[in-house]
Design a protein around this ligand. Structure first.
Ligand code: TRP
Length: 334
């Protein structure tokens, strides 16, 4: 167990899918035994784009936490918290916003994408709100509230961790200190699994399998997965390498021997796509059976999830207060 602090978070987007599981959550479960970990749910960040659609926000937070817990994120090992329960982060955000040059946030490459999403959703040329503009500074505040060493993120967020380092360095310079560490990103591999249509797996593309899906729903979804488009009859010889989804999933979820069998039988025309996908669905369901049982428990007991989040947030707050005490002191607050 190392002393280094690992810190990461997710926006509350509701029930998570297998892309999240393979690319992010499995990694969190591993890291929690190796480092001092903070995992948080970014409900303020949700407001940067969905400030006017908050009806499901609380449930979305519970859903993300339930998926984490069911997948093995352990509140005994990692500190799990909700962003808006740590007001220290909002305070730190103020200090950081004072020292962040405007053009540093304007440069943010994800800002344009987010503005585009807002535009298409609302059908109007939307303006960018102050909060959305400052989103990378808020993310910096999240990270520096715990003075983290490492931040696991997807490739799209690496620029933000670089900005975190720039802002930390600037703070250290201005206030003549070495208090803030130079945080490093740890790259998550978010493209491990494609969606059922062969594109990137995503909730909004309607091509995902949720961690919380039942075995029946999963089996049905897998039956819709794209295979080898050139194959007409089930005893035609198949081309696993041109199979757009099913064979790729086999390589993720099957054993080496199983993948070999699938390949041979497919190439010889001994394995129809429907049978192949029936087996594949069963395979995936087997892997997630235990996780889904636990997920059902949390679904039936949201008060347990809430309690874990509130207790984790209290624990996190104690650490956040230590950092903020020092920051206030450095900035010479009254
Ligand atoms: N911006 C991240 C996302 O959209 C979520 C996030 C917010 C985060 N603050 C963070 C991730 C701090 C890591 C560290 O996915």
């Amino acid at each position: 167990m190392q002393d280094n602090i690992v810190f990461t978070g997710m926006r509350p987007t509701g029930k998570l899918h297998l892309g999240h599981y393979l690319g992010v959550i499995e990694n969190m479960v591993k890291l929690q035994s190796e480092y001092k970990c903070y995992f948080f749910i970014a409900d303020w960040h949700a407001l940067t784009t969905k400030y006017d659609k908050t009806e499901n926000l609380r449930q979305d937070v519970i859903d993300v936490a339930s998926d984490w817990l069911a997948s093995g994120v352990d509140p005994e090992k990692a500190t799990i918290y909700v962003q808006s329960l740590i007001p220290e982060t909002a305070e730190l955000h103020i200090y950081l916003s004072m020292i962040t040059p405007q053009n540093w946030v304007e440069r943010d490459p994800t800002l344009k994408d987010m503005a585009k999403i807002l535009k298409t959703k609302e059908g109007i040329a939307s303006q960018i709100n102050y909060g959305l503009m400052g989103y990378p500074v808020l993310m910096t505040a999240d990270i520096l509230t715990f003075n983290a060493d490492f931040v696991p993120v997807g490739i799209d967020q690496v620029a933000h961790v670089e900005l975190t380092r720039d802002i930390a360095r600037r703070f250290n310079n201005i206030y003549n200190t070495d208090f803030f560490k130079e945080t490093q990103p740890l790259l998550n591999n978010c493209s491990l699994i494609c969606g059922l249509d062969g594109n990137k797996m995503g909730k909004s593309f309607n091509n995902d399998i949720k961690i919380a899906d039942t075995a029946e729903v999963t089996a049905k979804k897998i039956m819709s997965a794209i295979t080898d488009r050139s194959r007409m009859r089930k005893d035609d010889p198949g081309h696993p390498d041109e199979c757009e989804v099913a064979y790729k999933y086999w390589k993720i979820f099957g054993t080496k021997a199983e993948v070999e069998t699938v390949r041979c039988e497919c190439e010889k025309g001994l394995r129809g796509c429907a049978d192949c996908k029936r087996q594949l669905g069963a395979k995936i369901n087997e892997k997630f059976a235990e996780i889904r049982d636990r997920r059902k428990y949390y679904e039936a007991h949201p008060e347990v999830v809430e309690k874990i989040l509130r207790e984790g947030s209290e624990k996190a707050r104690v650490e956040a207060q230590k950092v903020l005490k020092e920051v206030r002191n450095l900035v010479k607050m009254f």
